[in-house]
Design a protein around this ligand. Sequence first.
Ligand code: ZN
Length: 284
Amino acid sequence: MLTRRALPLLALPALARAQPRPVAVASFSIVGDLARQVAGEAWEVRVLAGPDVDPHNFQPRPSDAQALRGADVAIRNGAGFDGWFDRLLRGAGFRGRLVTATEGLPLLRAAPGGHSHGPQDPHGWQDARLAMGYVRAVAAALGTDATAILTRLEALHGWIGAQFAPIPPARRVALTSHDAFAHYGAAYGVRFLAPQGVSTAAEPSAQQVAALIRQVRAERITAVFLENMANPATLRRLAQEAGVTVRGRLYADALSAPDGPAATYEAMMRHNTTLLAAAMRDGA
Ligand code: ZN
């Protein structure tokens, strides 16, 4: 009985490869990786804004429109994050199913006074519990079983919290290039400061930079980080004037290349958390 039921399952991967698989196209690398984890072998997942590419201001190529034209499913972050993808969908005459990964999720309001493209902070994946919402939305559209990845994300959420638990709340402060970590901060009890707003296109004023320098000195903030795609010049200058060392690079809105430290969503969250917690412990 067992053998008879196992045989068709064993034969399935070979059959699936013999026929063209349905195609899902994701707007950027982080949503793309979550989609790949959900899709398994059943779907081909393509990503438009790839590793280390700023997905806020991505310039699509003609081949990206081509990819969408024949796709069965398109996956966007939504909440004003990847507006270029919406325009591309319209231009490409996309006729498949559109998934908005953040739909119905309890996103935070965008920081008051910060430069943003909408009323909500779109960086929902920075909270692993919200990333589970992304996964559920994608799995519903692809018709696949997401149990394994959901279990891993639940464990990831617990692991991140445990890394910060021994650090006194007053030391859980970090300075980064742009305002991408509000969801992470709310979920894991970390306060983030940033000279750039929610969008990487915004440039801070001289007064904003001066105020941040005073704050870094007054609070003796040691967790100071660049990001993989925001312009590093402002933050380097700010760190220098405040007399603090830049502790490395966080991955905010894009994964690293496959041979880098943040090749998947889970690797990215672990990498960022390890760097942040180590820098805060050193300053305690
Ligand atoms: Zn961002």
